[in-house]
Design a protein around this ligand. Structure first.
Ligand SMILES: [Zn+2]
Length: 212
């Protein structure tokens, strides 16, 4: 089934675990940026409960040596894509999730105000999975069809020098190719077509502009 975004900004049929780490977007801010991240908790381990606990302020600082340093940090992306392609939503898209931190894009600061954040479960050291690219692509299409998203960037593009995710193993070429797949419904092709001449940047030290 093709995912749909409802009026609350929840993707229908997706597991929703509410995070308190969000608030209202400033009045009048359009949602026009998509930011890709990666995360794993404990670092380098996949499939556990760490990310969900972290995004819902339930991380036990005793559970892992690394957790003591982040247990008080209040963050959450809107979405998490697991290694097996499982999708969890933590924050309705209409709300401002706290994922990008100190950031700027095209001269606008505080990217959380106008962006949606998607975490890919992973590290900077190994490739993401086929299932993740498939799920990310379907989710992105649903978001493109519902919001005026002009750019899709990495966290490292909006916080260069401070953040490196999603890192060198995130395959932007593959992601763009999957988004362009012609086998998609007409309304989605239209949304992508509208965005064709807008910038999609690669993750990296120098944000280079590319077309999707
Ligand atoms: Zn990030």
């Amino acid at each position: 089934m093709k995912p749909r975004v409802n009026s609350q900004g929840l993707v229908e049929g997706v597991r929703y675990i509410a995070s308190p780490n969000c608030d209202e977007r400033p009045p009048g801010s359009a949602i026009d940026l998509l930011i890709i991240h990666h995360i794993s908790l404990p670092p380098g381990e996949f499939g556990g409960s760490g990310i969900v606990e972290f995004f819902t302020n339930r991380l036990d600082p005793q559970a892992h040596p690394y957790y003591a340093s982040i247990a008080e940090v209040k963050v959450s992306a809107h979405f998490l894509v697991r290694r097996d392609g499982g999708l969890i939503q933590f924050v309705p898209c209409v709300k401002r999730a706290w994922h990008a931190g100190d950031s700027s894009w095209k001269g606008k600061t505080r990217c959380n105000d106008f962006s949606i954040g998607i975490e890919m479960e992973g590290t900077g050291e190994i490739p993401f999975t086929d299932a993740q690219y498939g799920r990310l692509t379907r989710l992105t299409r649903a978001l493109l069809a519902h919001y005026p998203i002009a750019d899709i960037v990495g966290h490292s593009d909006v916080a260069p020098g401070r953040k490196s995710d999603p890192g060198p193993h995130f395959d932007w070429t593959r992601y763009r190719a999957m988004l362009k797949d012609r086998a998609e419904p007409r309304n989605v092709r239209k949304a992508l077509g509208k965005n064709r001449n807008r910038a999609v940047t690669t993750s990296g030290r120098r944000a280079r502009t590319r077309r999707i």
